[in-house]
Write a protein that binds this ligand. Structure first.
Ligand SMILES: NC(=O)c1ccc[n+]([C@@H]2O[C@H](COP(=O)([O-])OP(=O)(O)OC[C@H]3O[C@@H](n4cnc5c(N)ncnc54)[C@H](OP(=O)(O)O)[C@@H]3O)[C@@H](O)[C@H]2O)c1
Length: 405
């Protein structure tokens, strides 16, 4: 039984038009199949939105076709795309980097594809792309935010992607490649670029069980830094102990809850961890804010650096003036997207370093909640998974893992 797709007349991607065969007999109930065009048009699905809002309310699964690539275009098939907090903020319209709203996916009104991070393989490419050293089967990740990675396929140009060359890709899983470019790079740069920590010196961080936090623990361990790690307490104390132990297994020296951080006597405890205060706590990494972040800043040594890179509690960051005047704590913000724009080559080196650590077994995967995305997977199922990730206290980061698309 042959199904064909009517080829759009131009190269602009259009929604898929299918010519169905005439039938007189009842159609047998076969599993839904992907339609392959005889003319090289790729069928694609994407989680898209046409207006900002609550993700479950504004997301929908959109089908469209992609023209065969020519000249400087390539067709990508996605392998793994995570659901990061920033993706949610972007759909809500509260993230500084905006996605591209376009009608090029065949809708009358502009839509944007959600998601900012992921890895894809090249399945077809134009001559100019070939002449730049790309080939079928190469893996690429997105150069910057806003590309739209929650999709089975996409058309891209070389200036939108970064190729993982064959050596860099060796021994690396799609999940590792699809999640290397944001969280590990953020942790890496924050540990390296704000305070010259020496071996044996300490940093302190909240959100320690996040993707960034786990990366910071492992990188810190490799470089000889010691770490105090703050997590949110769990109602289930066994689960809390297990989480503490998981982070210690990654290399964390101390793991405490935000309640323990704010309890009486924490300063004395911190002294007991840091050779009576002789070993300095020179750096804090903050993605939470609110009272727990202020409490974390109070443990810093004079002249230390406090880097804010997230706002998970949605609370403001409050800093007592004395920290600035008498302790000379330096407060900074960090955004990996801006850094990567400024330092594209350094970003490549950072990614390469983390992938090397993966290969050598020094860098363990963040626990993942793998969300299987097959061609037949319904939009409702995918959107329900996005909704799940809005809840805290999760055991793993949601990642779309693409199967037979
Ligand atoms: N500035 C940058 O360049 C940059 C780059 C990457 C990430 N980030 C930011 O870094 C943070 C972590 O991102 P990720 O992808 O690593 O996270 P993730 O792996 O998805 O984990 C989410 C983390 O947020 C915590 N959390 C959730 N709701 C919270 C709340 N209401 N109060 C306090 N903590 C809460 C979770 O703790 P529980 O387990 O207790 O829920 C968990 O530790 C996010 O704010 C993200 O936007 C910033």
């Amino acid at each position: 039984m042959a199904y064909k797709i009517l080829s759009p007349a131009s190269n602009i991607s259009r929604p898929c038009l299918r010519r169905l065969p005439h039938r007189t007999q009842p159609i047998p109930q076969l599993p839904q199949r992907r339609y392959i065009s005889a003319y090289g048009y790729e069928q694609a699905k994407a989680l898209t939105f046409s207006e900002y809002g609550d993700p479950p309310a504004v997301l929908s699964l959109h089908s469209h076709s992609i023209s065969p690539p020519h000249n400087n275009l390539m067709t990508l098939r996605f392998l793994a795309s995570p659901i990061n907090p920033a993706d949610i903020n972007q759909i809500q319209g509260v993230y500084p980097s905006k996605p591209t709203f376009t009608t090029s996916l065949g809708t009358p009104n502009p839509i944007a594809v959600a998601g900012n991070e992921g890895v894809a393989e090249i399945i077809a490419l134009g001559d100019k792309v070939k002449s730049e050293g790309y080939k079928k089967g190469d893996w690429v990740f997105m150069k910057g935010p806003g590309f739209g990675t929650w999709r089975t396929h996409a058309a891209a140009t070389t200036d939108q992607v970064v190729k993982l060359d064959d050596a860099m890709r060796e021994g690396i899983t799609p999940l590792q490649a699809g999640t290397v470019s944001i969280n590990p790079c953020t942790a890496y740069r924050m540990l390296r670029d704000f305070s010259m920590l020496k071996e044996g010196e300490w940093f302190i961080q909240n959100g320690a069980n996040s993707g960034v936090g786990r990366a910071a623990i492992q990188l810190g361990k490799k470089w000889g830094y010691r770490s105090i790690n703050i997590i949110r307490g769990r109602d289930d104390k066994n689960a809390e102990e297990k989480l503490k132990q998981d982070l210690k297994d990654l290399g964390a020296d101390v793991v405490i809850t935000d309640a323990e951080l704010q309890a009486q006597g924490i300063k004395d405890q911190a002294k007991s961890w840091t050779e009576n205060g002789r070993a300095k706590i020179k750096l804090a990494l903050n993605c939470v804010n609110g009272k727990a972040a202020t409490a974390m800043a109070k443990l810093l040594s004079s002249n230390a650096h406090f880097v804010t890179y997230g706002a998970m509690s949605k609370q403001p960051l409050t800093i007592p003036a004395s920290m600035l005047i008498f302790k000379d704590i330096h407060f900074h913000g960090f955004w990996v997207s801006k850094w990567a724009e400024r330092e594209p080559e350094e970003k490549q080196r950072t990614v390469a370093d983390v992938l090397d650590m993966h290969r050598s077994g020094e860098f363990r995967d963040t626990p993942f909640d793998k969300i299987s995305w097959e061609w037949e997977t319904k939009g409702d199922e995918l959107i329900a998974k996005v909704k799940d990730t809005l809840e805290g206290y999760r055991e793993g980061k949601g990642v779309f893992v693409f199967g037979k698309t």
